[in-house]
Structures are given as C-alpha cells and as structure tokens.
Ligand binder design. Structure first.
Ligand SMILES: Cc1ncc(COP(=O)(O)O)c(C=O)c1O
Length: 290
C-alpha cells in the first residue's frame, strides 16, 4: 500500500485522515505543487519548491523548511520503491483546521495541514504526442492572481471539462482577446518564426516547465518573445504547443476545430521536445547515486 506524508507522519494511504473543517476543504484556503520525477529523481525540484514558497508568501501561509520537503520527498520515493519509476509528487499545504469556520485567519491557532504524495504515473500515449492534441478557446474568467498556485481551481476544472466535452484535450483561456494559458498548462505559439508566450505576470501561473522550455528554446537559438498572442494570431501560428509538468512539451495541432499550421506537430516543437528529453536524461546523469 502507498505510504504518504501527512502532518509530520508517514502512513498508509488508506489510514490518512483530514479534519472535516480543514480550511482547504471548506474555503480552498491552500496552495499546492506538482513535481515530476523520472527514474526516481525529482525534476526541477528547486524551482518547484521556490514557487511553493512564493505561493505561500502570497497567501501568508507559513511553510516548513526547504530541508524538510527534500527529506520527505526522498523518503517517499525510497519507501514506496519508486527509485526507478516515473511519476509525480503532489504537495498541498492548507491553513489547517479550525472551528468554527471563519473567513479571517484564525488567530495563531491553526497548524497548516501538509500533505505529500509520491506516486507512479502512466506514460503518455505516444500516439497523442505523435499526432498532437486539440484545444478549444474559452473566456478566462479567473481572478487576477493566477500567479499563485492556489487549490481553488473551479474555473480550471470547468474549463477542462468543457474542453473534454468538446472532444478536446485542453482549454485555452482568452482574456481581453489575448491567450493567457491553458487550464493546467502554458501555451506557446510560433508566429513568423518567433516563439511567443504570455509574459510571467499575475494573469498566468508561471510554469516551471514554461521557464525550462524557454531556456531550452534559447539554447537552440530560437527567437523568443514573451508577449501574449491574440486569439486571431493563434490561427496564423505555424505551430502551437503547451507545456506542463505532466504533459512536458506537447504539440497542439488543432484549435477550435481548425488545423494549426500543417495540422501536424511542427519542427520547433519537435526540437524542443527532444531537448526536453535530453535534459531529463542529464538530470539522471547528474546524480552520482547510480
Ligand atoms: C493554470 C496552470 N498553468 C500552467 C501550469 C503549468 O505549470 P508547470 O509547468 O509548473 O507544471 C499549471 C500546472 O498545473 C497550471 O495549473
């Protein structure tokens, strides 16, 4: 049975209990992170833990030390025999349990609830990657602190479900005529040979994979502009792709039922995906443990 970490204790998954009045459950008063591991090694962990700290600071939530996160992650990977597997580490921190329910912060009385789960994930269907995925645009009706990785994900959940109902893989949010990001991904386009993506401001979650892809693109010598694409511009892009911790770099080959470029994954997207895979391999090679 899977061993997880909850509030200082390692315990079997089916024995974990969360308080019924946890503020995460009642108010979505919490934040989270998802870190990928490949061959048992966390990928871009420092960047993810930095972002967790930024989210925590933004919502005034105290976090345990960086060292504790590293130790727990290592322990979960080892205990669950995940050292040669690929998967995800889910971290959630909420403002804890307090009675009675209030909107304001309970004065000094809550202990944050900290949950960490590491588990194996199934590899993505290679056919999906080869053909690329479809996406649909939807109005971005979220708040203006999308830079916080909040567990309050209803708009994202509804958008993703609307995409699935429309037979698509991802929902692409559009605000004031401009593409912000996907429901759980960042969106890139290639227009006139230049890679474009929304700047890392309060309108998007600044993806760790986004930043990594931008570094890889720069190393390839690709021209990059962090300037949002209008919805109209996306239809003139020769390539579109999305990035996320779980989807990596994934081509979007149809948007709102129209083919993107040739309707096949484009060469720059392909190059970036290959560079991404190389960087995963280097992540393994950098660790002398094996
Ligand atoms: C709204 C949103 N944008 C972008 C991303 C991609 O971020 P990352 O690359 O750090 O996984 C996510 C990931 O969950 C997300 O929820």
């Amino acid at each position: 049975v899977l061993i997880i970490y909850l509030n200082g204790v390692y315990l079997p998954y089916d024995q974990a209990r969360i308080h019924p009045e946890d503020r995460g459950f009642l108010l979505a008063d919490g934040i989270y992170e998802v870190i990928r591991f490949y061959g048992g090694r966390p990928f871009l962990q420092v960047e993810h833990l930095d972002r967790l700290q930024r989210s925590a600071d933004a919502v005034r939530l105290p976090l345990p030390s960086r060292d504790l996160f590293s130790r727990v992650i290592d322990e979960l990977l080892t205990t669950n025999d995940l050292l040669s597997d690929d998967g995800t580490i889910y971290i959630q921190v909420t403002r804890g349990a307090y009675t009675p329910r209030t909107h304001w912060f309970p004065a000094g009385e809550t202990e944050p609830t900290l949950l960490i789960i590491a588990r194996k994930s199934a590899p993505m269907d290679p056919a999906l990657r080869e053909a690329g995925v479809s996406a649909v645009t939807l109005p971005d009706n979220r708040w203006d602190r999308c830079d916080i990785k909040s567990i309050g994900l209803l708009p994202n959940v509804l958008a993703k479900q609307a995409a699935i109902d429309a037979g698509a893989y991802e929902a692409v949010f559009v605000r004031d005529g401009r593409v912000t990001e996907g429901s759980s991904t960042n969106i890139f386009g290639v227009l006139n040979g230049v890679i474009r993506t929304h700047p890392a401001d309060n309108r998007i979650l600044c993806g760790i994979t986004r930043n990594h892809a931008l570094r890889l693109a720069a190393a390839q010598g690709f021209e990059i502009r962090e300037e949002a694409l209008t919805r109209e511009e996306t239809f003139r892009c020769s390539e579109l792709f999305l990035t996320s911790t779980t989807s990596e770099v994934l081509p979007i080959t149809a948007l709102d039922g129209r083919p993107v470029g040739t309707g096949r994954p484009g060469p720059m997207t392909q190059k970036l995906y290959e560079a991404f895979q190389d960087s995963i391999a280097e992540n393994g090679a950098a660790n002398p443990a094996d």
